[in-house]
Design a protein around this ligand. Structure first.
Ligand code: COA
Length: 172
């Protein structure tokens, strides 16, 4: 495997990926030698899409050059594994920040991850103003409650197609 100095992981549930996530990935690509978008498990969430469906949506939408992966267990353990695989000098966790309401939760996540492994750095990227409103729960709600609004959602076209399939055929 190629050596990369600064490897960044962008972890999340991506249920589904939105234009907000894509924007963070596009900007992160310019900052690090390698960026990996990694689907993890948030044990407090009940996903709409299966892991395979989430990965499929990412394969069709993330910017060129961004790696796609999945992980079980703790994020810091996954970051350690990636560090070894890529022979990385520095591992970075990227998290997007939209509103100040995100901050408390993200700060807590940062403190906990830093306590588990202080060598892994966390970087917060603010969302673009025009994408502050979007999150995956809103997307899931629209798909479940009123399909007429799917066309207006700030998600990639491929995700819209998958949301329409969900409305037609239900949860797999
Ligand atoms: N644009 C749009 N939406 C964004 C966004 C952006 N830039 N940044 C975050 N969001 C939204 C997501 O859509 C998501 O919305 P939802 O809650 O409506 O679904 C929400 O913000 C945050 O979710 P997400 O970014 O997917 O992360 P998460 O909080 O669900 O965490 C893991 C997912 C996998 C990273 C986390 O649970 C984890 O690390 N799990 C492993 C176990 C572990 O290590 N636990 C200890 C952590 S301290």
């Amino acid at each position: 495997m190629k050596k990369h100095k600064k490897v960044a992981i962008y972890p999340g549930s991506f249920d589904p990926v939105t234009n907000g996530h894509i924007d963070i990935l596009e900007r992160s690509k310019k900052l690090f030698d390698k960026v990996i978008c990694a689907v993890g498990v948030n044990s407090s969430k009940n996903p709409l899409f299966s892991l395979e469906e989430k990965l499929d949506m990412l394969y069709h939408t993330v910017p060129e050059g961004v790696g796609i992966d999945r992980f079980d267990g703790l994020l810091v353990d996954y970051a350690k594994k990636v560090k070894k695989d890529y022979k990385a000098k520095q591992m970075i966790i990227i998290r997007g920040l939209r509103l100040t309401t995100d901050f408390e939760y993200e700060d807590l996540m940062f403190f906990n991850n830093a306590k588990l492994d202080s060598s892994i750095e966390t970087i917060f990227l603010p969302s673009k103003q025009e994408l502050l409103h979007i999150n995956s729960s809103i997307v899931r709600d629209v798909a479940k409650m009123n399909k007429d609004y799917i066309k207006d959602l700030d998600v990639p076209d491929y995700v819209k197609k998958k949301l329409i399939e969900f409305v037609k055929y239900g949860k797999k």
